[in-house]
Ligand binder design. Structure first.
Ligand SMILES: *Cc1c(COP(=O)(O)O)cnc(C)c1O
Length: 406
């Protein structure tokens, strides 16, 4: 038997039939088909409210839409946040469609000229990833006869300890090395751009408040040092994000209130050069991961050499991360349940496998499960971020999943 990750608090206390946003999960599948991603908008709203309560004044919240760009969800999130962070012209178009006039920032290596043109035309802030990109962004501004809004993304000389995905402290395709950042700021200002400030993203999926606090303190100090060096006040310092969610057994939720309190203290003593700067935190998964559940119907239950396999009609083509093939080194089980039997004691051990013809397609490996029969629904939690759009949907030619917001 192998453990599963913690079921998110909003669902963990349920007994009997799983409800999402007050609606019965099995009935949702009957109405909308299987497999189905269901996102509970009220849970996202609650996360935003928790962030606002925990963080000091003067700290904006941005949503990194690559975590979940579903238009129906984006339409619910966009009015609640201060900015939208996009990573392609496609995401930029989605952001503009739900919130014309939104404060948008655009990060990511390899922005094409047509993407820079679209960002300049939209008045978005371009987080520059290199000196070459700065020249191309300035040229885009000249083509359109407008001052482009440019921020310098810094590859910091620090990294987020315990982060699931390290983004700083080493050679990187992301951002401009800290030691070259001030010179680039001076160049873009001299080139006629409206300089918007710094973007410093040091890592992702951190659960350790102490590590995040250290990183934020170091990031504020770095921004002050670079601003002094550049001789310019950054209107905005984007501190990155990195707030994680507990996916696996033994993971504990991030103490966001501790992070907020420490950030308040760090900002109170920030360098003079940052006195008039605003600050932002950009979050993806922390806002939306726990709000999503992936529902998939059982097609077959079979025994093989003493092991039970519950075969479902979904799989890694929709929820790659739950199979352990997206951003993890060791495969561990996401939290899952039989949707009609929340809180029921396990009857035995089974592996939940997807319908793809590859042994990689395993959504639950030797987990404790209550009895389950074909036609019933399995719920896989933490499906709100990096699910549908971060999975190889075309692989093996199965239908796309449904996605609904409740
Ligand atoms: C992906 C990304 C994020 C969001 O990361 P999460 O772990 O989903 O919060 C934030 N900022 C940048 C620059 C990113 O590339």
């Amino acid at each position: 038997m192998k453990p599963i990750g913690p079921i998110p608090p909003a669902f963990a206390a349920q007994n009997g039939a799983l409800a999402i946003g007050g609606q019965d999960a099995t009935a949702l599948v009957a109405a909308h088909g299987s497999p189905l991603f269901v996102y509970d908008a009220a849970l996202v709203t609650a996360q935003v409210a928790r962030f606002r309560r925990a963080m000091p004044a003067g700290v904006d919240l941005h949503y990194a839409i690559k975590a979940n760009p579903l238009p129906a969800l984006l339409a619910r999130v966009a009015p609640l946040v201060d900015g939208l962070d996009v990573a392609s012209a496609g995401e930029l178009a989605r952001a503009l469609a739900v919130k014309p006039g939104a404060a948008i920032s655009f990060a990511g290596p390899g922005k094409r000229d047509d993407e820079l043109d679209a960002a300049v035309a939209a008045g978005a802030t371009i987080n520059l990833e290199s000196a070459g990109e700065a020249q191309r962004a300035l040229a885009a501004g000249e083509r359109q006869g407008v001052r482009p809004r440019l921020a310098v993304r810094v590859n910091p000389d620090l990294e987020l300890r315990g982060s699931g995905m390290k983004m700083g402290g080493r050679a990187s395709p992301f951002g401009v090395d800290a030691e070259r950042a001030a010179a680039l700021v001076r160049d873009v200002i001299a080139g006629g751009a409206e300089w918007r400030g710094f973007h410093i993203f040091a890592g992702s999926q951190a659960l350790d408040a102490g590590a995040l606090i250290e990183t934020q303190e170091a990031t504020i100090a770095l921004a002050a040092r670079l601003a002094d060096e550049a001789g310019a006040v950054p209107p905005l310092v984007n501190l990155g994000g990195g707030f994680g969610v507990p996916y696996f057994a033994g993971d504990a939720a991030l103490d966001v209130e501790a992070v907020g309190a420490a950030l308040g203290a760090a900002l109170a003593t920030r360098g003079d050069v940052l006195h008039d700067s605003r600050f932002a935190i950009e979050l993806g998964r922390w806002l939306v991961a726990e709000a999503g559940v992936y529902l998939t119907r059982v097609v077959d239950v079979k025994d093989s050499r003493g092991e039970t396999f519950v075969v479902v009609d979904g799989g890694l083509h929709h929820q790659l991360a739950a199979s352990g093939n997206f951003g993890t080194v060791v495969r561990r089980n996401y939290p899952l349940a039989v949707a009609a039997r929340m809180g029921t004691a396990a009857a035995g051990e089974a592996s939940v496998v997807g319908c793809l013809c590859t042994p990689l397609d395993r959504l639950g490996d030797r987990v404790a499960l209550p009895p389950v029969a074909p036609g019933e629904v399995i719920a896989i939690f933490l499906a709100g971020a990096y699910g549908a759009t971060a999975s190889p949907a075309e692989f093996l030619g199965h239908p796309a999943p449904g996605e609904i917001v409740v």
